[in-house]
Design a protein around this ligand. Structure first.
Ligand SMILES: [Mn+2]
Length: 325
């Protein structure tokens, strides 16, 4: 892999649509690492990311494909090496997917989602890793370059670690995850600063949206299921902007006795759904069986084309069926 990087003169890093902290953190960690070994690369994301990540080192140079489509396609077509981070199915790239598929570049997938598709020449895949950011750290480590990890690369890796693990809470966290965090702190990371810059960036309308959403949580009778629903009218009323509803679903899961949580959001004519679960309940199977989705065992997503009211009924009926099985 070291040789492959060494011999590639144009490198592109891509990650998935609706980029989250792990997509952005792992992409920028790799970008900044490559820079340290004197390799220029371009990070391309299908669409924009929440503003509370725009302090990460290198974020100002990210190409947002839906704003700069021609340039993005050109970079992908010209690349000799394409890193595909935090996804394993090219449909996660939206419109960019077919261009990456037919690109002449060698593709390297670094990812931790279940059921990887077979489009990459090289795979660094571990479904039980807590984040792609952890895999990037391990990648740098396996190249013998741990000493190159500085405060800024550390911030990128740490961002992926905490946003994908509920700040070290989920079962995907290993002792290794904590050892990595400890090493990052030894290398200059200010972890408090990172938490504040990501999680303490609320504006009043977001908190009012949160209050409104919490008021709408419902628990299914006789099932360990809680869910909340926001219509596009609700979102408009609270000046919704990207990232405002991130993490909302977890409030449903915090109710005593609840083991499955869902968040249904009306978005551009469809209903997007986030699912969370505890223990052995596989919401990725649920999402793929009923809502053309997928993800991890305890965190997954899906969608419905039905109007929101009907999508809610579709959800409550199918989760009952799923849990009865
Ligand atoms: Mn991830």
């Amino acid at each position: 892999m070291k040789n492959l990087i060494e011999n590639s003169s144009s490198i592109v890093i891509v990650s998935h649509k609706n980029p989250d902290g792990d997509a952005i953190g792992s992409s920028l960690a790799l970008f900044n690492y490559l820079k340290k070994i004197k390799k220029q690369s371009t990070v391309i994301l299908p669409d924009s990311f929440p503003a509370y990540y725009n302090w990460l080192c290198g974020s100002d140079g990210i190409l947002i494909a839906d704003k700069q489509m021609e340039k993005s396609k050109q970079e992908i077509a010209n690349a000799e090496l394409i890193f595909c981070l935090d996804f394993n199915d090219l449909t996660r790239l939206g419109e960019l997917g077919p261009f990456v598929e037919k690109a002449k570049a060698v593709k390297v997938m670094i990812d931790h989602h279940q059921n990887p598709k077979d489009f990459a020449g090289f795979k660094l895949h571990r479904a039980n890793a807590c984040s792609t950011a952890q895999l990037i750290y391990e990648f740098i480590e396996s190249n013998g370059h741990k000493e190159l990890v500085d405060e800024f690369i550390g911030e990128c890796i740490y961002t992926g670690l905490i946003t994908d693990s509920g700040s070290f809470k989920y079962s995907s966290v290993e002792s290794k995850t904590h050892l990595i965090a400890a090493d990052l702190i030894d290398r200059g990371l200010n972890h408090t600063k990172v938490h504040e810059l990501i999680f303490d960036q609320n504006n009043l309308s977001r908190l009012h949206l949160l209050g409104y959403a919490l008021g709408k949580i419902q628990v299914l009778d006789n099932y360990p299921v809680a869910f909340m629903v926001l219509s596009s009218k609700d979102l408009k009323q609270f000046n919704f902007s990207k990232g405002d509803t991130e993490g909302l679903v977890n409030y449903c899961l915090s109710i005593k006795g609840v083991e499955v949580a869902a968040f249904l959001k009306e978005d551009a004519g469809i209903v997007k759904m986030s699912f969370r679960s505890k223990g052995i309940i596989r919401v990725n199977d649920f999402a793929s069986k009923y809502f053309s989705g997928g993800g991890h065992i305890n965190a997954a997503g899906g969608r419905s084309e039905l109007p929101i009211d009907q999508a809610v009924i579709q959800f409550t009926q199918s989760i009952k069926l799923f849990l009865n099985d």
